[in-house]
Design a protein around this ligand. Sequence first.
Ligand code: HEC
Length: 220
Amino acid sequence: MNAITSLASLALAASVATTALAQDATTPTPPPAEAGAGAAAATSGAAPAAAEPAASGASDAPVAMAEGATTLPNGMDITPATQENGRWYNAEGIPTYKIDNGVVDFATFNGFRRYSAECHVCHGPDGEGSTYAPALKNSVLRMDYYAFQEIVASGKQDVNSAANLVMPAFGTNKNVWCYIDDIYVYLLARGTDELPRGRPGERADKSEEYTAQEDSCMSM
Ligand code: HEC
């Protein structure tokens, strides 16, 4: 990505975050049947998705995390420090998850639901990736929170690839954008393996602060 494009997408990400959100974007086009003839044609062999995005800068490869480590490969400390509007943040104010004796915080639980509704179709169940799109549970360990936001807001198209993979822009889709932090922390918890695959079992209640923030975002 050159400097101009990246500035433009940063500006877009910032503006969608701060200004009123437009109506829900139209539903993103799902990948072609059987996960994309293009993806299959572009590479042969065992793992087309892993090979293809890697060549274009996307990061699908597994990331090693020592058990119990609290610092991600990208340098972020995931230790929850403060709670605001029913969501947890680290000491730098970056969203993170909190799992207490197997009980997940509400935002992380909600992230599972939002991911399953909006991202699963291309990125596979539980953040595990598919032949069409990379494993986001690995991406969030490598890219930082702002880079993640920027891609989800503005989308991404793999122009170097014959596969023609498209990540849609979700910056004006409230069902995604009002819950972008929830999706992010859910993927973090999957990436560190602290949250097993599937629907989280026990979860914290939805707080009044969370509900108030949600209502205000959805009604913008
Ligand atoms: C229509 C299919 C589709 C949907 C739906 C979709 N994505 Fe993507 N996404 C892609 C593709 C394809 C790529 C790889 C694009 C590339 O490499 O240029 C991608 C890439 C990404 C990346 C960059 C990953 C990396 O390692 O570089 C992020 C982050 C991402 N998507 C987040 C999301 C989130 C969050 C959602 C749900 C809100 C979502 N995507 C829904 C197709 C999709």
